[in-house]
Design a protein around this ligand. Sequence first.
Ligand code: F6R
Length: 612
Amino acid sequence: MCGIVGGVAERNISNILIEGLKRLEYRGYDSAGLALINQGQVLRERRVGKVANLADAVSESQISGSLGIAHTRWATHGKPTEENAHPHISGNVAVVHNGIIENYQELKDDLEALGYVFTSQTDTEVVAHLVNDALKTAPSLLEAVRKVVPQLKGAYALGIVHTDHPDELITVREGSPLVIGVGIGENFISSDQLALLPITNRFIYLEEGDIARLTRHTIEVFVDGQLVERPVKELDATVSNASKGEYKHYMLKEIYEQPEAIKQTISQALNGNALREDFLASAIEDFSNIQQVQIIACGTSYHAGMIAKYWFEQLIDMPCQVEIASEFRYRSPVIVNNTLYVCISQSGETADTLAALRDTQKRAVAKNLNITTMTICNVATSSMVRETNHSLLTLAGPEIGVASTKAFTTQLAALMLLVLKIGQIKQTISEDQIAKIVTELWHTPKVILDTLQNDKEILRLSELFVEKQHCLFLGRGTHFPIALEGALKLKEISYIHAEGYAAGELKHGPLALVDNDMPVVILAPKDDMLDKLKSNMEEVQARGGELFVFADEHSGIKGKDRQHVVNVPTVDPILAPIVYSIPVQLLSYHVAVLRGTDVDQPRNLAKSVTVE
Ligand code: F6R
């Protein structure tokens, strides 16, 4: 969602803010703005569209200042227009905001009654006016913000500056991520540390409810008006791993990074062909008590969870449910004793998943239930990692492309490690079986590398999708979720309507859609379901559908008229969904490039969905 950057320094920070916004653009990119305090004035520029438009405006107007806030927007309240772009100003106060102020209408009515004039349709503008109003009686900017915060309902992160306080940046974290970047003689804030990596690797991760006051030389964090200590953490992430390198798009780079990302992710848990003894060691007691697993996630992460359900049940006899977080959180699910609740999230900040987790924890405490929570996540410092009992990191490195690729396959690798660990503790899987799967896991990066060799062929096939309006993806077993994932990838970046189905469901409805103009993508690993899948392919062909089959090289499926086959190297059926993710990612990528869409920043979407 929206991205915030701010800073207080001795030097002009306009370029730092712009560079920060560019690195945050994955969070929202419909408009951007910046405000600098300079000699008692707020200098503001805002532009519709990408940060590049704002950068041009700033370089033209040459505005500068050593205190400032900046914002890249993903519209929630009000269209993406210049008036609605942040920062919003009231009197001498400027505000940037990520999140939603749910009671903004009520507050707006009150403020209008007091004579405040609104110039935007945003919920954010109320915050600017409220702080301005509070300053009539509050002795300082900090106190004014402290007076305003209890009036705000919702989830938000704020950055606030005032013309009379040229060395002071106030920030608030309440439900939306915010970090402080600690510099030497200068300090910064951001929604994501990624924005600040070029200037510091020292961060303070604010907790929910924290209000902080930054000056050039000091950082004070307050909870309920009391000063609290928050540790400074040093990060070893480098700037370079967040750049596109030689690739045309982040998404393509991230697709190609998968062999290495998986290797990194499994290396933390494995010693030769066995699980390391210290892998998830602190969870052993908790895991030994669990009777079932409940996975909660959204989007692509939810698809990873769906595959893990097959693994939990087939491999280690552990009952497993998977649910979309936005449903789970609102349907009052029964919280069951001795359950392991697993959140899967690339960002660890997805609003629905986080809310589902918090709600589950609350309800378990209220009913005195013994549950265990854990997160599978790509961001070590995220809210979910901090708020669950245990965590397992996907070591994929920053994922910038909005469409998740390497985060997904590393989630799958991590989930397999979790399944093996729990099975080992519960003794529902033998050490021999573990060793066999681990051997295959080590082999997976090489199989993915070989699969990537099909890139050119997939590009050639993708030309046949460019003019299509609709597409079906079919798979069985663990490849049903891959069919869903393939359809999600295609629709989100190429804007072609796509549906994923369990192939066995074909004749229960979707077969009616199949005609000469309907491409049908088939995922055909060499597993127990292959013959049944071949029958489904016949059903499609008989109705004139054109088949695009990603098939095991020994599946016996051959190319023929209206049946295009891409051979995928043979892989153990258990781990095949990791490998079959690659061709569907490449297909979506190439179709999107050919259709000329903005692959890394598709319309209407944002990377980290911190509002519900
Ligand atoms: C699709 C995609 C989204 C995310 C979803 C959850 O390519 O990336 O569907 O998977 O928004 O995000 P995380 O994993 O950060 O919780």
